[in-house]
Design a protein around this ligand. Sequence first.
Ligand SMILES: C[S@@+](CC[C@H](N)C(=O)[O-])C[C@H]1O[C@@H](n2cnc3c(N)ncnc32)[C@H](O)[C@@H]1O
Length: 449
Amino acid sequence: MSKTSREIVLDILLDIDRNDRFAGDALGGALRANQFMNKKERAYISRLTEGVTEQKIRLDYILNQFSKTKIKKCKPVIRCILRMAAYEIFYMDAVPDEAACNEYVNLTGKRGFRTLKGYVNGVLRSVCRNKAAITYPSMEDGVESYLSVKYSVPEELVGFLLKEYSTDQLEQILQAGEQERGTTIRVNTMQTTTEKFRNILIEKGIKVEKGYYNQTSLIISGYDYIRTVPGFHEGLFTVQDESSSLQVLAAGIRSGDVILDVCAAPGGKTMYAAEQTGEQGHVYARDISEEKVDKIDENLERLELHNVSTKVWDAAIPDPDMIEKADVVLADLPCSGLGVMARKNDIKYHVTEDMVRELAAIQKTILDVCAAYVKPGGTLIYSTCTIDRIENEENVTAFLKAHEEYELESLSDYMPECLKKRAEKGYITLLQGVDHCDGFFISRLRRRK
Ligand SMILES: C[S@@+](CC[C@H](N)C(=O)[O-])C[C@H]1O[C@@H](n2cnc3c(N)ncnc32)[C@H](O)[C@@H]1O
């Protein structure tokens, strides 16, 4: 007998819970396994999985008020069932609350927990009865618990970010997770123009907005799968947030330049750099594993870019063949990802200050190695998709201290008008919820001649 949509979601959530997987990976796998399911059911599965993941802390806060056993202590199946039910009750209106309760009580029995049907029923009916009367922590209870429950972010992470951002700023950053945003794509201008491609999308009934910062970016919505968007297979566009494309623009790549992208998979910046340097130039794109490099190759093939060579290489290991070979080195390094919390909604549960410090040390090692690859007079672009000073400004400061041959160079000439002022100092932190893009850090380091 085939599984219902709720059972599929339950299995995805158990997979995440038991195997410490990211929700996007677990959901993607399940959707691929159920690709013949209709569009409505697929949308329901995505919404429920993403919603429960996104709101986990807030849902547990609600459920804990009506359960004798703390939700975190419940058996995984029961914990997931309660969270799913609470999410449906508070955030979805697919079915009336009573019907949702019945569905989840039945699911409890079906999964072999007949003796816990009464408990699940009791908790869920209490939640429904008291739905309007539930109170949440207020500012007066402490800003950390207030923000933690309101935006479902671990208190420890809220505390960490409050060391760098004011309460108002942080609230704006966290609100980004609640805003509906389309998908940002960048048009492959080697094959078409932004205007032509925009018209094709509009003709096919896709909703299109212009990008805020990059003239070749479009924000699209109202499609099912990205692979079904016209032009995907022909390589007319690539999915890329505007913050990421700004990183490449910040490099000021000229036709014929030699570029080295040391952490390149899946290849977003490599592809843009390849377009900018053109057939006269060349991009060397690398990443840590075969699997990652395959992803770059797949994208290059789709976009029909031939001026790129890929290679598996650990960026922390110096490569004597690349010494002073690059006009531009792109160092878009592995990071904590706090700038993309709004899109990858479970990053927030994984990041700790210790982890941030470990990543900062890796970034520092890689930057030190990259320093030698840049030709005198060339440029090193260091970027991350995170928003904390430890991984960003502090690493730039440490790099400049260790490499007197480098200096920060203003980014203003490469940024759109509205960002020029903030980019003068040679680096810029874009903030999700404040700027119209993901959170992102870009710095431009020039090697003196
Ligand atoms: C932020 S992502 C890069 C995104 C990419 N620049 C883009 O625009 O599509 C960081 C990448 O660094 C890679 N990575 C992590 N450690 C690495 C290492 N020691 N050497 C090379 N690549 C590494 C990861 O596999 C990941 O693909």
